[in-house]
Design a binder for this molecule. Structure first.
Ligand SMILES: [Zn+2]
Length: 101
């Protein structure tokens, strides 16, 4: 029996960016505003891809944590303080994940 959803699903999959491209766009989104087509592609991909969702949320978490740390250090005038353990652990996890991929 033919799955009537197969053709449209495959068409959609071809139009959507790969996990690698989505990772790139998510990381760029922290530095610049993505274009509307890029935002749509990322949103659709994240809706279907749990791995990229996790990667994106880790990236956003890190970005916020680093910002917060920078602001805290600035406020206390301690620019050379070490990263908090939670951030260090997340960085380590990301590095591990990258090296396994
Ligand atoms: Zn993905």
């Amino acid at each position: 029996m033919v799955n009537p959803l197969k053709a449209p699903m495959m068409l959609m999959a071809r139009m959507l960016p790969s996990c690698e491209e989505v990772g790139q766009m998510v990381s760029e989104s922290l530095d610049r505003r993505l274009s509307l087509p890029e935002r749509i592609q990322v949103k659709l991909h994240l809706a279907m891809c749990a791995l990229c969702r996790r990667y994106a949320s880790q990236l956003v978490f890190l970005h916020k944590a680093l910002h917060r740390h920078a602001e805290d250090a600035e406020a206390r005038k301690e620019p050379d303080r070490e990263l908090p353990d939670s951030v260090r652990q997340h960085l380590q996890d990301l590095v591990n994940r990258e090296s396994q991929a």
